[in-house]
Ligand binder design. Structure first.
Ligand SMILES: C[S@@+](CC[C@H](N)C(=O)[O-])C[C@H]1O[C@@H](n2cnc3c(N)ncnc32)[C@H](O)[C@@H]1O
Length: 329
């Protein structure tokens, strides 16, 4: 693409995000369960009718909303994601993007200093409602990845799995649902495990999925106890030394012959792609001390240094993220 067109397209990037964030903030999606005019939406939400119509037209161009006979409608299959109380509600996830918007506005400060702008733990940890919503959103986002990874890796060969920093426990639960002989332990900090316990109940897997509270920087993860250890979306929160140390603990928890799976953002060796991962690396840099989308080769070296062989890397395009897996020698 010609440079001027490329830059023009890139510069528009934040605008569609603002349209969705604003519609979410003003609860406009809730008004669109049935076809309605812009005037009705504006009246119901106390908005300027003409400005509201512009927003609805932009949402239509973005193919989120449909417009017919001057009425706007959120299609049925999108409602579960966007309306209040929807079964896969993205409302809190969209709000988190809104919270990140001012952080991205300080990108130049981060580039100058290399120091985080705002801690993600402060953003979530101080507000139990937000922490809960974030953990619920993690569950929804992880579902597709669990299925795609299970297609590539024989997770059913394992009997005893450890899900390190498992959050809601989505991977452990989905894989245990798939393989009725598999047992799993979800390791995380206590407040997150309260949410995981709800999911374990919901899946009715109390007999086979348990929780273990702890801090993987301070606590041991076990010694040759498991034949499958997963770390999904964890390593990007920490610098290379901390990442290496946690991976080494995770490998120690594996029996010889057991499998480790590292899932999450990771850039290519020269760190210039994929785009989602390079952007995420900036994002997490502004939110953590030393976190980044570690390059795939760096993580492979951590595994090799901990005695892992038969290493394989593949992308999970639906999410989109990378998976590195290997076997403890
Ligand atoms: C981004 S979430 C990923 C959750 C889950 N693995 C997934 O991919 O859906 C990161 C998780 O790591 C947990 N975590 C971060 N640091 C931790 C630590 N030092 N000890 C235990 N858990 C930790 C967090 O509480 C959170 O649940």
């Amino acid at each position: 693409m010609e440079t001027d067109k490329l830059i023009g397209k890139i510069l528009q990037g934040y605008q569609p995000a603002c349209v969705v964030i604003t519609a979410n903030e003003l609860k406009i999606f809730d008004e669109l369960k049935q076809p309605v005019t812009a005037k009705q939406v504006a009246e119901n939400r106390n908005l300027d009718p003409e400005a509201c119509e512009r927003l609805l037209n932009a949402l239509t161009s973005l193919e989120i909303v449909t417009k017919e006979n001057n009425t706007y409608h959120l299609p049925q299959d999108s409602q579960e994601f966007l309306v209040t109380g929807g079964s896969h509600s993205l409302q809190q996830w969209i709000q988190l993007s809104a919270d990140l918007y001012p952080v991205w506005g300080q990108l130049s400060a981060f580039i100058k200093s290399g120091i985080l702008i705002k801690s993600i733990m402060d953003m979530l940890g101080g507000d139990p409602h937000k922490m809960r919503a974030f953990t619920d959103a993690m569950h929804d986002k992880a579902l597709k990845a669990t299925w795609m990874i299970a297609r590539e890796i024989p997770v059913g060969d394992a009997k005893n799995m450890l899900d390190v920093g498992g959050g809601p426990g989505t991977y452990a639960l989905e894989w245990c649902k798939l393989h009725t002989h598999l047992k799993a332990t979800v390791f995380d900090i206590p407040p997150v495990l309260e949410v995981a316990k709800n999911y374990i109940e919901k899946y009715q897997l109390e007999e086979r999925v348990s929780t273990k509270p702890g801090d993987f920087h301070k606590d041991d993860l076990g010694d040759s106890q498991y034949d499958l250890v997963l770390m999904a979306n964890i390593l990007h929160m920490y610098d290379a030394d901390m990442g290496n140390a946690v991976v080494s603990k995770a490998v120690k928890a594996l029996q010889p012959g057991g499998r480790i799976v590292l899932h999450g953002f990771c850039t290519d060796e020269d760190q210039t792609g994929p785009l989602d991962d390079t952007l995420f690396s900036l994002n997490i840099g502004m939110l953590t001390e030393g976190g980044r989308a570690h390059p795939v080769n760096e993580k492979i070296n951590w595994l090799k240094g901990s005695g892992v062989s038969d290493i394989r890397y593949f992308r999970v395009e639906a999410t989109p993220t990378g998976v590195i897996t290997g076997i403890r020698s």
